[in-house]
Design a protein around this ligand. Structure first.
Ligand code: URA
Length: 437
């Protein structure tokens, strides 16, 4: 008996539970062009308003995976992947992917571009002149075989239903649904074939998820989907009230990632890298305990093998790998405005949302989809919450290229800081962890 799409929409509208055949009818049908956008839009709104039980969300994810190709990476051993739900200054992938690969674990990662005020790994990697983010599936597999790490854009044949659904969600007010976000992310991760996945679920002012409760629910659901489909998944909940690290903006973040792989870099970035990297090594069966995994990562920083792996990765994808040893080869902004403190004060809060908006104004992100970005511009934060700044000392730099919004961006950066007279506690970074067991 054929399933009628309107009946599926009505059942969900009335709070009913859908079967695999019903969900397939809508999702696979839409990706084949048999179900029109207006019915898919109504379906998405019904899901947003009525929700889904976990089993339905797993079936929704299955349908999205079934709309395209699913990679089989088993010949590479246990392959690991990592995904962040997006934040400001989040350059963790640039550090952790080569670092984990340098420890012998194959890392296969398909990343995205910036979304709203949050930056994207592909945009950051393109700061290396020539870096290709459009590898074919054959190139993706060949590079994984040859150097054990690949970071590229999503190929068009993986979970194509997600692309079509996301485009509609974007214009129908149906992005902020936990089952829709969880199935969107997990369909791409399952289709791309890794065996172990570490999710970095960001929570706070600069993240999709503004509250710990919603972040925890999203994390729990993504882990449940992974578990149902035999993928090892750990979700770490990490704070995104303030940006991660000091640099925000593409080439600036690449420089900070290089510094971190070279043994320097900001403490908070290093902590998220070691925490996510250790889980990845455990899933790849390269270490037995978290402590042993962290020690391997620390060694790969100290002996330079992580940095060399980044060089290999950039070269393999056609980028200017000389910039790893000589970051002056990366794009530089025309002007740098240094903001200095008028008094001795402590940073009470630093609003990641305002810093993200300022970075978009400077050209480091997109006002709308498809806009070009300026790799050189952005912000360097010299002080973070809990830090003391003396009178006359710099607390931020604004790297600009002479756009009309530059002056406003500088004011936004000034306003992003809240000051206090006495030292407050440094905010916690890792807020929780949920694992598939
Ligand atoms: N990222 C995704 O890939 N999908 C969503 O729905 C939200 C964030």
């Amino acid at each position: 008996m054929t399933v009628r799409v309107v009946e599926v929409i009505e059942r969900k509208r009335d709070g009913g539970r859908l079967t695999a055949a019903e969900i397939d009818r809508v999702v696979v049908g839409h990706s084949r062009g048999e179900v029109p956008d207006y019915q898919m839009a109504a379906f998405l709104m019904a899901v947003l308003l009525r929700g889904m039980v976990d089993e339905e969300t797993v079936l929704l994810t299955d349908s999205m995976v079934a709309s395209g190709q699913r990679l089989d990476l088993s010949r590479f051993g246990r392959v690991v992947d990592k995904h962040s739900t997006g934040g400001i200054g989040d350059k963790v992938t640039l550090v952790v992917a080569p670092l984990v690969a340098a420890c012998g674990a194959p890392v296969a990662k398909m990343s995205g571009r910036g979304l709203g005020i949050t930056g994207g790994t592909l945009d950051k990697l393109e700061s290396f002149r020539g870096y290709r983010v459009d590898l074919t599936t054959a190139e993706f597999l060949a590079q994984l075989e040859r150097i054990g790490v690949v970071v590229t854009g999503q190929t068009a044949d993986l979970a194509p239903a997600d692309g079509a659904m996301y485009a509609l969600r974007d214009v129908t007010g149906t992005v902020p649904s936990i089952p829709l976000i969880a199935s969107s992310i997990m369909s791409k991760k399952i289709a791309s074939g890794a065996h172990g996945l570490v999710l970095d679920v960001k929570v706070g002012r600069g993240a999709f998820m503004k509250t710990l409760a919603r972040a925890r629910e999203l994390a729990r659901l993504m882990v449940a989907i992974g578990k149902a489909r035999k993928m090892d998944v750990t979700a770490e909940l990490t704070a995104m009230d303030a940006p991660l690290g000091g640099a925000v903006g593409n080439a600036l973040e690449v420089m900070e990632a290089i510094a971190t792989l070279a043994g320097g870099g900001p403490e908070d970035l290093r902590e998220v890298v070691l925490s996510a990297g250790a889980e990845m090594l455990l899933y790849a069966r390269r270490a037995r305990t978290r402590a042993a995994a962290r020690a391997m990562l620390v060694r790969a920083i100290a002996d330079g093998s992580g940095l060399r792996k980044l060089e290999e990765l950039v070269a393999a994808q056609g980028g200017d790998a000389r910039a790893v040893a000589d970051p002056s080869r990366l794009a530089r902004a025309k002007t740098v405005t240094t903001l200095t403190s008028g008094r001795i004060a402590y940073v009470a809060r630093l609003d990641a949302h305002d810093i993200g908006l300022a970075s978009v104004r400077l050209g480091a992100g997109r006002e709308k989809k498809g806009d070009p970005i300026d790799h050189a511009t952005g912000i360097v934060l010299r002080a973070k919450p809990g830090d003391r700044v003396a009178k006359g000392e710099p607390y931020a730099e604004v790297h600009a290229s002479g756009r009309s919004g530059d002056a406003e961006a500088i004011r936004m950066v000034e306003r992003a800081f809240t000051w206090r007279a006495t030292r407050g506690a440094r905010p916690r970074l890792v807020l929780g962890r949920i694992a598939s067991g």
